[in-house]
Structure formats: structure tokens, C-alpha cells
Design a protein around this ligand. Structure first.
Ligand SMILES: [Zn+2]
Length: 460
């Protein structure tokens, strides 16, 4: 069977694949520091050359910042879908250098009690991960003389420095970049052991408010009792944002919040998520979200309202019996499904205004807003990937959510109208962004095999 032959090529070629990764890791492509500009160019050139050797038509594309690498392979008799693969070749800075056990740009294979690891900056985030896909293509090409389907490779060099060129580049090159599905390889295994496909990403909305009462700070001996205290008003408003069951009370807040499908709920129940340990690690014990939801639902599929900061009056040393003229808070909402950030901003502001007593006024300041990413998993690439991951890792792969925001997935949806699958093989202890970053050799090897299995399933 031809898949077996491809997998055998991957196994036999692992030493050479590792050497290629080490070579790429030696290039200090730190995107945030202008001193490394030439190195970012060098990393892009390295990738263009490697992609050309795989039969891609590859080019380095200038941006106002670091270049993008874009490569195309047009399968003549394409059996499968057109896939776009995204990764990034830039890395985080390395300081403090003294905490590294070795030169971060002189990567090495190390034996550790947990197995062999590739140690060096970028090993896991994201050079090791992006090379898993290129190596799978290489083995496929070696076995079949061609690649299995139409492929576009899109590699960014500014991911670790805020991606300033990404959206303009996507907009300008939308026709060229659009494919059936995007594969994003920049995430990890669930709890370091279960292969996972992220299909839900929470969005974010930020609001800052200032409640004004008296025209100036007052003395609480003189005015206390008769003058309204804006901190009392603010805390009353904040206290009213949740009901006794943990639900957010802003009218219309749950519009667009989808109910989890039975199948997804069953998958999540099957995940070995130890919420006692998750909370215990930070000194807590009781989940604080909606009473009828599991902890994983609270993190992945339910929206939130959190107070991130609150201040007013006198907070310095000693004591001052002030009755302040104003009080402030910063409040954020994590959003899911098709919740509309603009509608929620308006509803929140209306709730606050409706809660103000006489003589008080409110001033709002808007912070960022991004909608949630909810991937439609109907494209066959989703199930094919899940089956491929399950075959390779011997553990049922799951569709999972992500409590934080990974904007890139949303950009593919917004600017290119594509659903994205986030699949990665990183582990929680990979120390990405920290000293001594590593990538497990097992992740690298099985990651390559996983992509080969997925390509096989999609083009059978
Ligand atoms: Zn990354």
C-alpha cells in the first residue's frame, strides 16, 4: 500500500529531516529586533529554496516588514481539495540568554528522561511545526514523484511581532491565497498527549468606563451620606453583571451563542481534563462559571464577562477620607459563536446608562473587539484529519476549543472566506517564548507521519 511506503520513507529519512530542521533553526530570524532583518530574509530564502526542491513554485514576497513566503503546487489530476498550509518562520527573542542551557541558535538533539528533544529557539514555535508539513510533502514526492493535491504554502515572518503586514497582504493577494481549507500548524496537543483540532476560538471585546458624580473630590465628613459616591455606583453596576447562577445579565448577551452538539459534548467528556488540577495549579478549587456547564465548556464554548481592573478614590499609603468624583473599571467579554461584539457593546452601555442614579454620568472608552472563530467542520478535510491523527497517535483525536484568541484563524475566515483547522504537535512544556525551547523528537516524527496520513485520506 502506498501510504505504508510513504510512512516508511518518513521513518528512514528522519535523520536527514532533523538535519534540515537544525539548519533552519540556526538562522536567528527574530522578527521584532531590526538587528536580525537580514536573518529573517535568509530564513525566507532558505524556505523558498526548500519548497522549490519539492516541486513548488515558490517566491519571497516583500512587505513593508519581513517578507512572506508563498508557494504553489498545481496537481495536474487533482483528486483532493486545494489546501493552504500556514506557518511562521520568525522566532521570539532569546533573552535572558543566561537562562539557556546552550546557544539558542546552535540547536542540538538532547537525550532527556522524557525522550529525545530538539533544543533551540523556534524548535516548537514554529519552525519545527512548519517543517512537519514540508517533510510529509518531501516523503510523498519521493514515493510518488508528485504531490497528492493542489497545495498553497503561506509562511509569515512577523507572527511574533504582531503580524503588521498580514491583513494587508491577505487582502491584496486574496485570489491567489484562497483555497478550500486552511491548515494552521502553530498549536499543540491537548494536555500534551491527545491530538486535537481547534475549531472554536473565543473572540474578545474590551470596554473601559468612568462614572462621574460630584464636580470635585469631597470630604466624607462634610458630604458623606448626602453625596453619591461613584465607587458605590460602579460596584453596584459590576455586581449586577452576573446572576446567582453565573450567567451574564446584559440583555441579548446570549444571542448567537450556539449549544454544543451532542457529539461534541461526548468528545469533550471523553477528554482526560483534570479540572481539579487545572484550578489547583493556581490555588483554586471551584469552577466559577455558569452553574450548569462543565469547566471545558466554560473555557471553550461559553462567553464571559470579566472585570480586569477597577480603581478610584485614594489608594496610596495611609488613609484619606475622600469621597471621589469619579470611579473607573476595565471590563472585557470573551465571545463565542456568532455573538456580535458591536451589539454587545451597545447593550452593555445601555445597561450601564440605565443603572445610573441621579447626578451621575458615564463616559466610555472602547478597546479592541474581535468576533469569535467558529469553524464549520463540514468540509471532509476535518474528518479526514481527525481520523489521520487518531491513526497516528493511537488516541482518539478531538475537536477542541481555545479559550484565548488566535487571530490568524479568524483572518482566513474574514479575508479569504475559508475555514481553518488548527493542528499542532507542541507540548505544554515546550517553553515556547522562554529560554530552553524544545520540540519533542516524537512530535516532529509523528507530526510528519500525521500529515502524510491526512493527505492520503483526502486523496484516496
Ligand atoms: Zn507561533
Amino acid at each position: 500500500m502506498s501510504l505504508d511506503a510513504v510512512l516508511a520513507k518518513i521513518d528512514a529519512g528522519l535523520p536527514q529531516a532533523t538535519e534540515r530542521l537544525l539548519d533552519l533553526l540556526r538562522i536567528p530570524s527574530i522578527s521584532t529586533d531590526p538587528a536580525y532583518k537580514a536573518d529573517c530574509e535568509r530564513a525566507a530564502d532558505w524556505l523558498v529554496k526548500d519548497l522549490e526542491s519539492l516541486g513548488f513554485e515558490a517566491s519571497k514576497r516583500p512587505t513593508p516588514g519581513h517578507p512572506m513566503v508563498v508557494a504553489h503546487f498545481d496537481a495536474p489530476e487533482s483528486a483532493g481539495p486545494h489546501l493552504l498550509f500556514y506557518g511562521h518562520y520568525d522566532v521570539q527573542p532569546v533573552d535572558p540568554l543566561s537562562l539557556w542551557s546552550r546557544d539558542p541558535f546552535d540547536p542540538q538533539i538532547e537525550d532527556t528522561p522524557a525522550g529525545k528533544v530538539i533544543r533551540g529557539r523556534g524548535a516548537s514555535d514554529d519552525k519545527g511545526q512548519l517543517m512537519t508539513f514540508l517533510e510529509a510533502c518531501r516523503a510523498w514526492k519521493a514515493e510518488h514523484g508528485t504531490l497528492p493535491c493542489r497545495l498553497t504554502i503561506f509562511l509569515e515572518g512577523e507572527e511574533e511581532s504582531g503580524s503588521p503586514s498580514l491583513i494587508p497582504f491577505m487582502k491584496e493577494n486574496a485570489d491567489e491565497l484562497r483555497a478550500d481549507v486552511a491548515l494552521i500548524c502553530d498549536t499543540g496537543l491537548f494536555e500534551s498527549k491527545t491530538p486535537a483540532i481547534v475549531t472554536m476560538l473565543r473572540g474578545l471585546l474590551g470596554e473601559e468606563l468612568t462614572i462621574h458624580a460630584a464636580s470635585k473630590d469631597l470630604h466624607s465628613g462634610m458630604y458623606g451620606g448626602v453625596a453619591m459616591n461613584p465607587i458605590r455606583v460602579l460596584t453596584g453596576i459590576i455586581a449586577g453583571l452576573h446572576d446567582d447562577t453565573g450567567r451574564v445579565t446584559v440583555p441579548g448577551f446570549y444571542d448567537g451563542v450556539p449549544e454544543l452538539s451532542d457529539e461534541m459534548r461526548a468528545q469533550w467528556q471523553g477528554l482526560a481534563f483534570d479540572h481539579a488540577r487545572f484550578l489547583g495549579d493556581v490555588g483554586l478549587s471551584v469552577p466559577a462559571g455558569e452553574a450548569d456547564r462543565t469547566p471545558l465548556e466554560m473555557i471553550w464554548s461559553r462567553p464571559t464577562c470579566e472585570v480586569n481592573g477597577i480603581w478610584g478614590g485614594y489608594t496610596g499609603d495611609g488613609f484619606k477620607t475622600v469621597l471621589p468624583a469619579e470611579a473607573h473599571a476595565k471590563i472585557s467579554f470573551r465571545l463565542v459563536g456568532t455573538q456580535d461584539p458591536f451589539a454587545i457593546r451597545e447593550a452593555f452601555r445601555a445597561y450601564v446608562k440605565g443603572s445610573l442614579p441621579a447626578d451621575c454620568s458615564v463616559e466610555f472608552k472602547r478597546h479592541g473587539n474581535s468576533p469569535a472563530g467558529q469553524m464549520s467542520i463540514e468540509h471532509p478535510a476535518f474528518e479526514a484529519s481527525r481520523a489521520a491523527l487518531t491513526d497516528e497517535w493511537g488516541v482518539a483525536a478531538a475537536y477542541v476549543g481555545c479559550g484565548g484568541s488566535i487571530p490568524i484563524a479568524g483572518y482566513f475566515k474574514t479575508y479569504l472566506d475559508m475555514d481553518a483547522m488548527l493542528i499542532g504537535f507542541g507540548k505544554d512544556d515546550d517553553q515556547i517564548h522562554s529560554p530552553n525551547e524544545k520540540y519533542d523528537m516524537e512530535s516532529f516524527h509523528k507530526g510528519i507521519r500525521s500529515w502524510a496520513r491526512m493527505l492520503d485520506r483526502l486523496t484516496r
